[in-house]
Ligand binder design. Sequence first.
Ligand code: 2AM
Ligand code: CA
Ligand code: CA
Ligand code: CA
Length: 261
Amino acid sequence: MNETELHRIDRTVKQWLRTSREFILSKMQQNLSVSEKSSRKDLVTNVDKENEKLIINKIRTFSPDSQILGEEGFGDQIRQTKGWVWVVDPIDGTMNFVKQRDHFAIMIALYIDGQGVLGYIYDVIGNQLFSGGPDIGVFQNDEPLAAPENVSLRDGLVCLSGPMVMHNYRNFQKVAEASSGLRIYGSAGIEMIHLLKGETVAYVSYLKPWDFGAGKILTETLGLAVTTVDGKPLDMLSSDFVMVATVKAQQDILPIIGSNV
Ligand code: 2AM
Ligand code: CA
Ligand code: CA
Ligand code: CA
């Protein structure tokens, strides 16, 4: 794709995101309708659903031939990743949205023939938009973001998902112990933002495609390693234990969790 076209798409998606943010802020003034999905810890609200519909309508008008993968099910049933595939998480960190009215993000990604092209993570309350891709670099509110330093696990903070730590999945408490400290933010998007800014050195969580779609593009563009916990490539259509880390931290973590890569 040529640069003009890429910038046209980029400007358009940023416009959708600004509209979407205003929509969420306006809805936050009203009572939320909250329901449980798979468990009491897995929530969805009317705002998640309405915001997904809003974004998907914009995508369908802009590029009617695309496939859309959306968390709340208003997109398509996708079986293959040929052509344009948009990945949408209308509110990432729904539990934070419900309990804290903060620390959640809107995420959109565009893949073409399985390759990440553009990714967006919008911290709604902080009004910080992280955007970009391999051909244009990564930006925070239109300021270019430098690649984070290649810091080791010992010298950096690590983000793990709550359940992973609580159940000591594959001895992940040892990973936390070997780091400078453990952080749990409860939103994959917010955790990816900390990595992009070089504030943490690794993030490991069980993620679905809409949880990692945008973050994978942005973190890889800045030189971070994105794999499964066994060091294998991610499948865009599957859920997996995902690890995003500096190259050094990745090499530090793999032996601790018994990956023979
Ligand atoms: P969500 O809020 O969009 O569902 C929380 O640790 C992170 O994991 C969030 O990014 C959350 O995204 C995601 N997540 C994925 N599956 C989840 C589940 N079953 N329950 C809670 N959070 C889940
Ligand atoms: Ca959810
Ligand atoms: Ca999510
Ligand atoms: Ca979500």
